[in-house]
Design a protein around this ligand. Structure first.
Ligand code: ADP
Ligand code: MG
Length: 240
């Protein structure tokens, strides 16, 4: 579903992604961990072209997203991002936040999009919040709206960038539960997170980033029980 070949990204003189190869198969859940500043967000942001890669190839479902003729909105609806800070539109109701994408990008009728929106809000447990505004919701509820908004685009993959890092601890679980549900349904997901419990339970594969490189990658059992790289051992010692 996603193929990344020799991805490099620099900001000015600072090279932050130094040749990354990564492949994510359809239905796979890949968890990415690593120290702050190691390039995790930058890679996700390159996948949906919130950042322009400096070089390398990125394909989403066989489609080279760096083709000059590529429609960026199409790429962003195929590879949706869920952000740490939710990024909901504050002046729009919850339902309008969810239906905007399908109407604008997928050219769905307003009525059809609203049916879908209500259904997806039900799926994330927020049917009764449809007519509220984001600032009337808790952080956990906001993030579940953001997930429903992504699902409304029927994406090929969802990119989660530390989706629970901005939440009060007691709200983390409700968001992780929704994500686990998506994983069970076979959604292809890349999840940057510090939630090691989620990684152990849900990931098909865990990848460790350090200083712009992929340093280690394995299925979660071996990854956590038998880390080979010293920097990974050190990192796990600090976060676990
Ligand atoms: P992570 O998500 O792993 O914490 P990031 O991908 O956000 O790391 O950042 C990797 C490096 O790139 C950091 O050194 C960060 O300061 C730098 N960086 C990220 N975005 C920009 C930007 N827009 N301009 C300049 N430097 C950036
Ligand atoms: Mg980040």
């Amino acid at each position: 579903m996603i193929k990344i070949k020799n991805l490099h990204k620099s900001f000015g003189d600072l090279e932050v992604i130094k040749g990354i190869d990564m492949q994510v198969n359809a239905g796979e859940v890949v968890v990415v961990i690593g120290p702050s500043g190691s390039g995790k967000s930058t890679v996700l942001r390159c996948i949906n072209r919130l950042e322009e890669p400096s070089s390398g190839v990125i394909e989403v479902d066989g489609y080279n997203i760096m083709d000059p003729g590529t429609d960026i909105n199409y790429v962003r609806s195929e590879a949706c991002m869920v952000f740490q800070q939710f990024n909901l539109f504050p002046h729009m109701t919850v339902l309008d936040n969810v239906t905007l994408g399908p109407v604008k990008v997928r050219k769905m009728s307003k009525a059809e999009a609203e049916d879908l929106g209500v259904q997806l809000l039900g799926k994330v447990g927020l049917e009764d919040k449809a007519l509220m505004y984001p600032d009337q919701l808790s952080g956990g509820q906001k993030q579940r709206v953001a997930i429903a908004r992504s699902l409304a685009l029927r994406p090929k993959v969802i990119l989660f960038d530390e989706p629970t890092s901005a939440l009060d601890p007691e709200l983390v679980g409700e968001v992780l539960e929704v994500m686990k549900g998506l994983a069970r349904e076979g959604m292809t997901m890349i999840v940057v997170t510090h939630e090691m419990g989620f990684a152990k339970e849900v990931a098909d594969r865990v990848i460790f980033f350090d200083k712009g490189h992929i340093v280690e990658e394995n299925e979660p059992g071996a990854f956590f029980a038998n880390p080979k790289n010293e920097r990974l051992r050190d990192f796990l010692g600090k976060v676990a």
